[in-house]
Design a binder for this molecule. Sequence first.
Ligand SMILES: N[C@@H](CCC(=O)N[C@@H](CS)C(=O)NCC(=O)O)C(=O)O
Length: 232
Amino acid sequence: MEKDTNKPLKLIYFDARGRAEPVRLMLELRGVPYEYEAMPLGVWMQGGKERIQERTPFGQLPILEDGPFVLCQSRAISVYIARKLNLYGETIEESARVDEVYDTASELMMELAILHWDKEFHAKRAEHREASRSKLDRLQTYFTRARADAEHWVLPGRYTLADVMMAFALETMMPIHPGLVEEFTELHRFMTAFYASSGVREYVRSERRPRTWTISMATFAGVPEETHQWTD
Ligand SMILES: N[C@@H](CCC(=O)N[C@@H](CS)C(=O)NCC(=O)O)C(=O)O
């Protein structure tokens, strides 16, 4: 990894997994030291947002500090870290495939995020489960046809940002639709292998990982019981 300064990378977000987690998973997978600042909501409300606003267009988190280089937008941060840590493609075709899988996982994640925050969450949950089942069915068909090997989406024997984002999207779906991801044995096997990989395995079982997917104001996933925890 290139060294920009002697300071470790710093990632600033809230005390939740959310948009920062794929970045953390990559750093943990590679064993790169970094500082994580979990912005308390009270601090955010009382001046924190304004301070971030000075360095970003819309005053939102996450942001990444790599020495003097400051970057916002979770996708841009993920791609920057993936490139830095050799978790991207080496050819334009491989990189495009990584992007394709990343965008597919992001779509699943965005639908989940909307549902997590929906005031009519309980009324819509069952319908979303059925829609998700047919998406996972198609996703598994695609995976078994296009994958690099049973545990990697793009490159054989090597993780990329594509695997990181897809594993996180599937994990996020688990508590909201219990038992659904397990129905798709190829997807489930891929996901569990990722979370058992060196570096990731230790991190996701550690105290350092936020216990909730989002902040407490959401309808779902703002408490540890509604967020997937790896304990075994
Ligand atoms: N497109 C941005 C969206 C960032 C975003 O929506 N951040 C939310 C947290 S997930 C935020 O900072 N909310 C507080 C606010 O807008 O004041 C990204 O992907 O980073």
